[in-house]
Design a protein around this ligand. Structure first.
Ligand SMILES: Nc1ncnc2c1ncn2[C@@H]1O[C@H](COP(=O)(O)OP(=O)(O)O)[C@@H](O)[C@H]1O
Ligand SMILES: [Mg+2]
Length: 493
């Protein structure tokens, strides 16, 4: 038995437990790892029956395996695919993996058994099974449609998926390619996502898909994918959500916003042309009448007889002169009203001159110092845009006079790379976000709308110390957003 002894010595250097048995099933050698694994003292196993290491219930099976094994004489694992167990000295058991190999010695064949304690693996498997059971129990009942696919093959769907897709049944979906259910337009994107890293997938967010139900009806779907382990394999879990209602509501909202914008564009335009018409009426009718009156008074003065008694003539002349002065000031007022109704200077001199005039007029009327810095060419040719800018400045200056309590205003305007930029800054008390967004702030709303028609934007900023700055950016050239406007009348008032 020296050979056995030497062999056992060699096995001391192996990490695994090794037991040597003879043909009768008697242990002829065991390394320290084997003794420790089965709860024996070193050397205590030698001479015992191998049966003592096998739980009673498995002994019959083990003997059968052993004798079959002698018949075939090849290296193989025992308990492959079958739960095998080792029995410790104290009778407790542990799940084990055993592999047997024959070894010829002059004293006859001995069997080398290598035994491995697989408690950890079995526990892990058990834990995995439990967690998968929990996952399924949860997901089975989820009202959200959930699909799990591994390498693109559907391995699990819940009932909600069947209902969402109007599929015949759950088994009808299992085993099919996930891509079969992806509309062609999205295939590329889905494949890209399937190949992306988990963090990239998360960053990409939900995928919006226009899909088709089993009955051929189209609907909108939101797909949120995440990586999971399913059946021990890497897989993807995809949550499918029917968002048709949301999409429809959004579409309706967008359409009604668009309609409102068109309406507002239309109203602005109608207002401009009506203002123009009123200004023209005032100019032609009232202006004409006032001019006629003035001529009449002048000629009346001429025909009065000279040197009459009682100073009657002087009294009449005095009256006539004050009437004439009143007509002059009425003409002035009429001019002012016309200018407010219709930016006359805009038509004749262009936007730059019109803004200069607005600033000067504002300063004269309010006593608030108004400075202008206007650069770049005029946008004379684009009457609609020029009107929009003019009205925005007009409304802004009106606001400064009414609300700001400012002593200074600076207007800066310039064109850079096809975009007109305007800013009107006052040193008043400033404006708050609440005031800007208040439902009654029609002036501000109107300015924003006017800019929006041309794809531009008006922003208000600054509160407290710095006063208020109204900024406008307005892309020049290109088409206006809506076709609902009528061209404004360009005739001068
Ligand atoms: N330059 C400004 N300085 C201070 N407050 C302002 C200024 N411009 C606008 N506001 C505030 O914003 C509100 C909304 O302005 P607006 O929409 O033009 O409406 P309205 O002028 O008819 O009050 C004003 O009531 C005012 O409180
Ligand atoms: Mg206002």
């Amino acid at each position: 038995m020296t050979e056995i002894h030497e062999l056992t010595n060699v096995f001391e250097y192996l990490p695994d437990a090794v037991v040597l048995t003879d043909r009768r099933g008697v242990i002829s050698g065991a390394n320290g790892q084997a003794a420790a694994l089965f709860g024996y003292d070193p050397g205590e196993l030698e001479g015992r029956e191998i049966d003592c290491l096998v739980p009673e219930r498995l002994r019959e099976l083990h003997r059968g395996d052993r004798s079959r094994y002698y018949g075939s004489m090849s290296v193989r694992a025992m308990g492959g695919g079958r739960d095998f167990a080792g029995r410790r000295k104290d009778g407790s058991e542990f799940p084990a993996d055993i592999s047997l190999s024959p070894f010829e010695t002059p004293g006859g064949t001995i069997i080398i058994s290598v035994i491995r304690d697989v408690t950890e693996r079995v526990n892990l498997e058990e834990a995995r099974r439990e967690s998968e059971e929990r996952y399924r129990a949860l997901v089975d009942l989820s009202p959200e449609a959930i699909v799990v696919h591994a390498n693109g093959i559907i391995v699990y769907v819940n009932e909600a998926t069947v209902q969402l897709l109007l599929a015949p049944s759950r088994p009808a979906l299992i085993g099919r390619s996930f891509l079969d259910f992806v509309p062609p337009a999205y295939t590329e994107e889905v494949i890209r996502r399937m190949q992306a890293s988990p963090s990239e997938v998360q960053k990409a967010g939900p995928l919006l898909v226009k899909a088709t139900r089993g009955d051929g009806q189209e609907f909108f779907l939101e797909a949120i994918a995440s990586r999971i382990t399913y059946g021990g394999q890497p897989a993807a879990q995809v949550i499918l959500r029917d968002i048709s209602d949301r999409v429809r509501a959004y579409e309706e909202l967008r359409a009604s916003r668009e309609q409102l914008r068109r309406l507002s564009t239309h109203l602005q335009s109608v207002r401009e042309s009506e203002r123009g018409a009123i200004a023209r009426e005032i100019h032609d009718e009232l202006g004409g009448a006032l001019t006629a009156l003035k001529f009449d008074i002048a000629s009346f003065e001429e025909v009065l007889p000279q040197g009459d008694a009682g100073g009657l003539r002087d009294t009449i002349v005095e009256k006539l002169e004050s009437m004439s002065a009143l007509i002059d000031s009425t003409v002035q007022t009429m001019r002012r009203i016309i200018t407010q109704l219709r930016p006359v200077l805009l038509d004749s001199l262009g936007l730059n001159a019109a803004i200069e005039w607005l600033a000067e007029d504002f300063q004269n009327r309010t006593g608030i110092a108004c400075e202008t810095r206007i650069q770049g060419e005029d946008i004379l040719s684009d009457h609609d845009r020029a009107t929009a800018v003019y009205r925005i400045v007009q409304e802004t200056l009106t606001n400064v006079a009414r609300h700001a309590g400012a002593t200074r205003v600076e207007i800066a305007m310039g064109i850079h790379e096809g975009t007109l930029r305007l800013s009107v800054h006052d040193n008043g008390k400033g404006v708050t976000d609440e005031q800007i967004r208040a439902p009654g702030s029609f002036g501000i709303m109107g300015m924003k709308e006017r800019a929006l028609i041309f794809g531009g934007e008006v922003t208000l900023g600054g509160s407290g110390e710095g006063g208020t700055t109204v900024s406008l950016t307005l892309p020049l050239g290109g088409r206006r957003e809506s076709s609902a406007t009528e061209t404004t009348d360009h005739r001068r008032a």
